[in-house]
Design a protein around this ligand. Sequence first.
Ligand SMILES: Cc1cc2nc3c(=O)[nH]c(=O)nc-3n(C[C@H](O)[C@H](O)[C@H](O)COP(=O)(O)OP(=O)(O)OC[C@H]3O[C@@H](n4cnc5c(N)ncnc54)[C@H](O)[C@@H]3O)c2cc1C
Length: 354
Amino acid sequence: MIDYLIVGLGLAGISFCEQLEKNNKTFRVIADSSQTSSVVAGGLYNPVILKRFTLAWQAEEQMKTASAFYAHLERKLGVKLNYELPVYRRFHSVEEQNLWFEASDKKGLDRFLNTSVHANTNVHVDAPFGYGEVRHTGRIDTEKLVSSYKKYLQEKDLVIEETFDYNRLQYTDDRVEYDALSARKIVFAEGFGLKENPFFNYLPLQGSKGEYVFIEAHDLKEDKAIKSSVFIIPQGNNIYRVGANYERHDKTNLPTESAREGLLAKLRTVLKCDFKVVDQVAGVRPTVVDRKPLVGRHPKFKSLHILNGFGSRGVLIGPSAAKQLYMFAEDGQELDSELDIARFTQKYFQQSFS
Ligand SMILES: Cc1cc2nc3c(=O)[nH]c(=O)nc-3n(C[C@H](O)[C@H](O)[C@H](O)COP(=O)(O)OP(=O)(O)OC[C@H]3O[C@@H](n4cnc5c(N)ncnc54)[C@H](O)[C@@H]3O)c2cc1C
């Protein structure tokens, strides 16, 4: 009997595996490629909400945990994952500049917002009101993280690459069985795939599709991530990632022409040089009605757990949420009520008995 079975190997699954390895627990992962969120993510970590100039939920705490987490993974996997990258918020008006000044004075934000306005020096970008710089930001190469981590687990024979069949799961309060595997607990970390999970699909996961186009622009020569109506994120070799949009109706992982046209129209209002589109990717963010993660134990079945709902901030939220779930499941420590799925327990019983 092993300690844990984990379903899914995106940022959530990987973050939980890391808790288990750190604590010498035994586990297996079952994962397919039906969801792509962690693979296509821009991977930005940025503690500031750039629309309103406020700190994101628990961002400072999450930054500390995440920074140690990715540094450890770089050493363990022998790959470069973390690219420090300044994020420049393009101002649209003098009023926005003033709001930025005000925000940069506030406790908590002062560490992250540079007070001065940076004038635009790139002739290929239109930014007459300049930029505000967010400090301590960067990009995790999440695609490389997922592929390297999978390889690491493959070498140790710890991953089964198939679609989890919920009908084959047997469970009691202190164990689960899946084919020949017996585990003390199971953690579901399927991202938007949670919609197919009969145990947890009462939870209000909405899902928000996002797409990026990749452009090649030889003249641009930009080394900062620029946030205007879209993000322009340098990837090296004159390639830039442009996006992402938010789409609430289509829940497929397929790139669309309408998203490409929408993103390029926005890009053309800022970019003043030639470029060509070289790629396009799409995925569904696991977003939740109240914008908080979904972490905890099933209201009725004690061996079933969930780690999900990272929305558009999986890079920062993942490591902290996984740590909380581990301490809850193993040491009985209380979960932060904001992420605990207990906030939806009433919904579960209402649905079960209606
Ligand atoms: C376009 C886009 C841009 C983004 N940009 C950023 C960003 O810049 N910064 C940031 O922090 N976040 C970003 N995000 C959000 C981030 O990607 C997510 O928060 C995070 O990846 C969610 O991770 P996850 O492990 O919960 O889900 P996923 O990455 O979706 O992983 C779920 C895993 O479970 C597997 N699975 C599902 N169902 C089953 C099943 N039945 N059997 C077996 N396996 C199953 C899936 O195939 C997948 O491997 C972005 C997302 C998108 C789509």
